[in-house]
Design a binder for this molecule. Structure first.
Ligand SMILES: NC(=O)c1ccc[n+]([C@@H]2O[C@H](COP(=O)([O-])OP(=O)(O)OC[C@H]3O[C@@H](n4cnc5c(N)ncnc54)[C@H](OP(=O)(O)O)[C@@H]3O)[C@@H](O)[C@H]2O)c1
Length: 261
């Protein structure tokens, strides 16, 4: 199936590694031009080169997406580098372990600004450009703690449930502009970011990082973690012209982790 992504322009937040990188590269493989973003210069440069090697135009924007100014810089430089914008993927985020007692106000600010407010800020700055596209697309990336209770996962439950609500609100607000807004909800995915996370969880539970990973895999129907490119493949369809009649929808790609009917 031709996804109709050739020659379109996409901006992906937090895309020098992990799920953001995999989504960007799945789009690049379909001929879509990409604006990458991250704080770290080296991995960002490599991501840009990887996309260019697929024959598409690619730019890298060094920015801190935990600030409104950083999000504006990303959108401005993405549009300046690519010429216009058809697709925005809000992906940046992470996990902050801890409880209501242990997490400081400053840590909450940093976490929520990166994992939630950046979605609002980047979308706000992208909307005027997406309105000019014949088929504007916004795809948000949430996570399974937004659809199934995982006791202890306090920070991501808050950001992921809010991302689902934000997706619905934006789908309604942008429908008249023919911009669709959907949400992809990955399950546990084998990204670079999980190295330190698994170690931290292992310490708290007094087990090994390998045991943490195996315990998570056992909770899925497929008995394993996702690979980032398995998320990227679904994301590419979701932002494609072939996916024209879906908006406000959350699509889970979680190997059967969630169990509700
Ligand atoms: N991995 C999973 O199991 C999983 C499951 C469900 C949902 N998710 C969601 O998927 C998204 C990506 O997760 P991931 O595991 O792929 O993350 P990751 O491996 O930690 O990668 C994060 C990316 O975002 C960039 N980044 C982080 N903070 C930034 C900031 N303040 N400004 C600009 N760039 C920033 C990082 O580059 P720099 O550090 O250089 O800035 C990197 O490119 C997150 O929203 C996460 O909640 C992940």
């Amino acid at each position: 199936m031709d996804l109709g992504l050739k020659g379109r322009n996409a901006a992906v937040t937090g895309s020098s590694q992990g799920i953001g990188y995999a989504i960007a590269m799945a789009l690049a493989a379909e001929g879509c031009n990409i604006a990458f973003s991250a704080r770290g210069k080296d991995r960002l440069g490599k991501a840009v080169a990887d996309a260019q090697a697929k024959g598409v135009k690619a730019v890298g924007v060094e920015c801190d997406l935990a600030t409104g100014a950083g999000c504006k810089k990303f959108v401005d430089e993405a549009v300046a580098g690519l010429g216009s914008l058809d697709i925005l993927v809000n992906n940046v985020g992470g996990m902050l372990p801890g409880t209501l007692d242990s997490i400081s106000d400053e840590q909450w600010g940093g976490f929520l600004n990166t994992s939630l407010m950046s979605y609002l800020w980047t979308t706000k700055y992208a909307i005027p450009h997406l309105r000019k596209s014949p088929a504007g697309r916004v795809l948000n990336v949430s996570g399974v703690t937004g659809t199934q209770l995982l006791p202890g996962a306090l920070t991501t439950t808050i950001s992921n449930t809010a991302i689902i609500g934000f997706t619905k609100q934006m789908a309604a607000a942008l429908a008249a502009d023919r911009i669709t807004v959907n949400n992809i909800c990955p399950g546990f995915t084998n990204t670079e970011g999980w190295g330190p996370r698994a170690e931290a969880m292992a310490k708290v539970r007094n087990v090994t990082a390998d045991e943490v990973r195996k315990g998570i895999a056992a909770q899925t129907l497929l008995g394993r973690w996702a690979e980032p490119d398995e998320i990227g493949a679904v994301a590419a369809f979701l932002v494609s012209r072939q996916n024209a009649y879906m908006t406000g929808t959350t699509v889970e790609v979680c190997g059967g982790f969630t169990k509700y009917i």
